[in-house]
Design a binder for this molecule. Structure first.
Ligand SMILES: Cc1ncc(COP(=O)(O)O)c(C=O)c1O
Length: 476
C-alpha cells in the first residue's frame, strides 16, 4: 500500500528522486524518439516554461476571472483562423489537445443534427477514412455515433467514390485528414468538401498534425493541395499547437466556420445548485499554462520562424525519405506530403518488424504500423543532426535481418506480426483489455521492455505489444 508520507519530505530530495526516475524515459532531446515530443530548441523550451509558469495557477474555466487568458485564447483562435484562411466569421476554442479537438466536433455535430426537427429519429453516423486518427473512433464510441470507415486507395488517401455511397440521412459528419497520422498523406479535401456542401453535411478536416506545418510549407513554395477554409464545404478544422505549433503540451485549437456550428459545442446547465454553469469545451478546470504558452509560442516564433522550421524539417525529411527509398528492400508508403511518413519492406525475406526490433536495440524508439505493416516517423528539428545515423543504422539493421531470418519469428517482431495479421481482432482486444486492467489495477503493473525490466512505454501501443510479447514468452 502506498500512502501519502506522514511528514513532508525536503524539496531537494523529492526533485532528486524525480530526476532519477527519468533515467528510463525516452530520450527525446537527442532525436531518438519519432513521436510524442515536438522539440524546437532548448532556448524555446526555456522561454515556454517561463510563459507557462506565469499562468501556472490560473484557470480558464472562468474567463471573467482571468481576462488575460480569455484574451490569449481569442488571439490564438484568430491567428489560427487567419493561418488556415478562414474569414472573419470563423470562431473556435482552444482545447487540451488533438483528442479533445476530435471529440468535441462529434458531439457538436450530433447536437446540431438533433436540433433539427427532421432528425428526431436520428441514428447518428459519421464517415471517415480508415486512416483517420483513432481519436475519432474514441469520439464515436463516447458519443454513441456509428463510425462508417471508408477504405483507402493504393495511395493511402480515402476512396471518395465509396465515401459518397456511404452517405445517408443519418450522416451527421464527414471527417478527413490533412495529413493522416499513419502515412502523412492529405485526403482529397476539395473533392470531399464539394460533396459535403451538396449534401449539406458538416465536414471536419483533422489537421492536428498539419495545421501548423502545411501553411508554412505553402508559404515557402511547396505545392500543397488546398485543405483549409478555402475549400468549400469545410465547416471545422483542428490544429494542434502542442505539435508543430511548438507550444507546451495541452494545447490545440478547434475552429468552426461560424457560430452556428460552435454554439452546439457549449455546455450550459442553469439549474445546478452549485450555480449556473457554462463551459465552452470538454474540461471543467482549464489549465492556464498551455493557453498562455501557446500564445507566447506563436508570438515568439512568428511566421518567418515557422517558415524556417518547416524548411529545415522538410530538408531532414527529404534526406530521410530519399535515403530510405535508396535502401534496397525498403520503400516509403505512398507519397507523404509533409514531415510524417511510414516505410515498409518490398522484400518478402525482410520482416519490417524485425528491422524495427534491431533499430530499437540500437537505441531508437520505433513506432509500428499495421495493415500494411510498416515503421513510422514524425520528423522534428531534433532529427536534423541524427538523420544520417538513423539511415546508417537502418541500412545495417536491414543487412542484419537479411542474415538472420529467424528474427522474424522471434520476440517483438513475431508478436507484432501476429497482432497485425491475426484475423480474430476481438482476441487482440481482449488481451489488451486484460493488460490495461493489470496496468491500472491495484498493483499498477508496468509493461516490460526487452530486458524484462519494468519500463514506461515508448508509445502506449508499443508498450502494450511489448507486454504481450513478454507474457507470451513467460507462458512458454
Ligand atoms: C491527425 C491527428 N489527429 C489527432 C491526434 C490526437 O492528438 P493528441 O495526441 O494530441 O490527443 C493526432 C495525434 O498524433 C493526430 O496525428
Amino acid at each position: 500500500m502506498t500512502s501519502i508520507p506522514l511528514k513532508g519530505k525536503p524539496h531537494d530530495e523529492i526533485l532528486d528522486n524525480m530526476q532519477s526516475f527519468r533515467s528510463q524515459d525516452a530520450d527525446f532531446l537527442t532525436g531518438r524518439t519519432w513521436s510524442l515530443v515536438y522539440h524546437l530548441s532548448q532556448e524555446h523550451d526555456a522561454f515556454l516554461k517561463k510563459a507557462h509558469n506565469l499562468y501556472f495557477s490560473e484557470n480558464a474555466l472562468n474567463p471573467m476571472a482571468f481576462k488575460s487568458l480569455k484574451r490569449f485564447e481569442h488571439e490564438v483562435v484568430k491567428m489560427a483562423a487567419d493561418l488556415l484562411n478562414g474569414d472573419n466569421s470563423v470562431v473556435g476554442t482552444m482545447t487540451s489537445g488533438g483528442t479533445e479537438s476530435c471529440l468535441l466536433p462529434v458531439m457538436a455535430y450530433r447536437e446540431l443534427a438533433r436540433s433539427k426537427k427532421r432528425w428526431r429519429k436520428l441514428r447518428p453516423e459519421m464517415i471517415a477514412p480508415e486512416s483517420v486518427h483513432v481519436a475519432w473512433e474514441k469520439a464515436a464510441r463516447y458519443f454513441n455515433v456509428k463510425m462508417v470507415s471508408i477504405p483507402l486507395k493504393a495511395d493511402f488517401t480515402v476512396d471518395v467514390d465509396i465515401l459518397k455511397m456511404k452517405m445517408n440521412k443519418n450522416t451527421i459528419l464527414i471527417v478527413a485528414s490533412a495529413p493522416s497520422y499513419p502515412h502523412g498523406v492529405i485526403d482529397p479535401i476539395e473533392e470531399i468538401g464539394q460533396i459535403a456542401c451538396e449534401k449539406h453535411i458538416p465536414f471536419h478536416v483533422d489537421s492536428c498534425l498539419g495545421g501548423f506545418f502545411l501553411p508554412f510549407m505553402e508559404q515557402i513554395g511547396y505545392l500543397i493541395p488546398p485543405f483549409d477554409f478555402r475549400c468549400k464545404g469545410v465547416t471545422s478544422i483542428s490544429a494542434d499547437i502542442h505539435k508543430y505549433g511548438f507550444g507546451a503540451k495541452g494545447a490545440s485549437v478547434l475552429l468552426y466556420k461560424n457560430m452556428a456550428y460552435l454554439k452546439h459545442q457549449f455546455f450550459i446547465h442553469q439549474n445546478w445548485p452549485g450555480g449556473i454553469f457554462a463551459s465552452p469545451a470538454l474540461l471543467g478546470t482549464r489549465p492556464g499554462g498551455p493557453i498562455a504558452a501557446a500564445w507566447a509560442a506563436m508570438n515568439a516564433i512568428g511566421l518567418t520562424g515557422y517558415q524556417q522550421m518547416a524548411k529545415n524539417v522538410m530538408a531532414t525529411t527529404e534526406r530521410l525519405t530519399n535515403g530510405i527509398n535508396a535502401i534496397q528492400g525498403l520503400k516509403i508508403l505512398g507519397k507523404p506530403q509533409m514531415s510524417v511518413f511510414a516505410y515498409g519492406s518490398t522484400d518478402p525475406l525482410i520482416d519490417i518488424f524485425a528491422v524495427g526490433d534491431v533499430m530499437e536495440n540500437k537505441g531508437w524508439h520505433i513506432d509500428r504500423l499495421q495493415r500494411p505493416e510498416g515503421l513510422h516517423a514524425m520528423v522534428t528539428p531534433a532529427h536534423e543532426t541524427v538523420a544520417d545515423q538513423y539511415l546508417k543504422d537502418l541500412k545495417n539493421a536491414l543487412e542484419f535481418v537479411k542474415n538472420h531470418p529467424e528474427l522474424a519469428s522471434k520476440g517483438n517482431a513475431a508478436m507484432y506480426g501476429m497482432i497485425a495479421n491475426v484475423p480474430f481482432r476481438g482476441l487482440i482486444k481482449k488481451q489488451i483489455q486484460k493488460m490495461m486492467e493489470k496496468m491500472y489495477g491495484a498493483d499498477g503493473e508496468m509493461p516490460m521492455d526487452n530486458s524484462g525490466k519494468a519500463s514506461l512505454p515508448v508509445r502506449f501501443g508499443t508498450g502494450i505489444l511489448k507486454w504481450l510479447s513478454k507474457k507470451k514468452s513467460s507462458n512458454g
